[in-house]
Ligand binder design. Sequence first.
Ligand code: FAD
Length: 389
Amino acid sequence: MSAHSQRRIDASAEQALLEAIDRWVEREVRPVVMHHDHNDIWPAELVEQMKEMGLFGATIGQDYEGLGLPATTYAKIIAKISSYWMAITGIVNSHLIMAAAVERFGTEDQKQQWLPKFASGEIRGGLALTEPDAGTDLQAIRTTAVRDGDDYIINGTKTWITNGIQGSCFAVLVKTDPKAEPRYNGMSFFVCPKGPGFSVGKKFDKLGYKAIDSAELVFENYRVPAANLIGGKEGQGFFQATGGLELGRINVAARGVGLAEGSLRLATAYAQVRKTMGKPIAQHQAIQLKLGEMVTRAEAARLLVTNAAEAYDRGERCDMEAGMAKYFASEAAVRNSEEAMRIFGGYSYSKEYEIERFYRDALLMCIGEGTNEMQRMIIAKQWLKRNPA
Ligand SMILES: Cc1cc2nc3c(=O)[nH]c(=O)nc-3n(C[C@H](O)[C@H](O)[C@H](O)COP(=O)(O)OP(=O)(O)OC[C@H]3O[C@@H](n4cnc5c(N)ncnc54)[C@H](O)[C@@H]3O)c2cc1C
């Protein structure tokens, strides 16, 4: 069972938390989104507020000073924020996936050392898996860690790392035995705080997901204590890194729900005020067909996310459920934002309206935490395993 299993929250506490998030989004996030997004400015003040709300410890257990929220509640929070500004949730999510790796697979000493500081947001960071020549094929990574006394020495380059510039600590996937067969047996996962030999390379200029730093991380003879090897044993890294992706996929799916719902909200409002042929466009059947599909898609995506999050909270293996939620909800985000663009007509193409941001941000959901091509293969493999001939 995972460290996360059997988490509960009573309905009134959850409601109060979601209402607090609503108020924060309304008062603090909405007024500044366009400024940050259009100018690609990291939202320092919002990050401080998220720290105060405890969001950097949202899924970290209460034993380690986190909020200890179930995945179901966490997914609702992420969907809510994402229905106004998806990108900001990346600052919390990547960080919490790093934390989940330590909480699920770390030694007790590692949990005591790292989790309270992750939970308070004093140390923030993310997950460093991808390399220039290894994204989907994670086992092809080339970054190495070589034992040297009480330390390991890490060399290599990670790319596309969320929070790469603003974060100070990353869970880094490396090869401790590059010749191992199968390749995953030679992989290990380290908690790596920034220090000598660990620098930031280029920052990516992106289509969407603005204001959030995506960067290269460069390791040149970076020395990390052997005590930072997650779980204390070499060869476990691939499973530790991919195990954490279940929560990551639920989160990306929740972001997809938020984007799908936000696109629907904007389109619904616009369709009732924009008039053609003497009536609001919402009265035209062609627009109603779009709205009918959009609301159904958003609702179906939300239900799939709830289903996956509930399985996660029960401590069950849920790669199939998380995969279905991630696949469907991210495609729902893309389709709903595209349909909303059509409903907005020419104005969709203006940066004075918000819908273009939803359209730019939605596509990323199909790529992160395992592409949607891979999700369908994961779903099918699990399906076949559960249904042998
Ligand atoms: C904004 C952003 C933020 C990111 N943040 C992080 C982060 O914080 N940490 C991190 O480690 N990574 C991060 N990534 C990297 C992301 O996880 C990878 O981009 C993703 O895993 C895909 O890898 P790739 O880009 O190398 O594509 P590739 O692996 O080269 O895939 C290219 C295409 O081939 C398809 N494909 C590949 N292999 C197969 C196969 N076997 N069967 C069928 N189709 C296949 C893929 O689905 C895709 O369509 C981020 C990426 C972006 C864009």
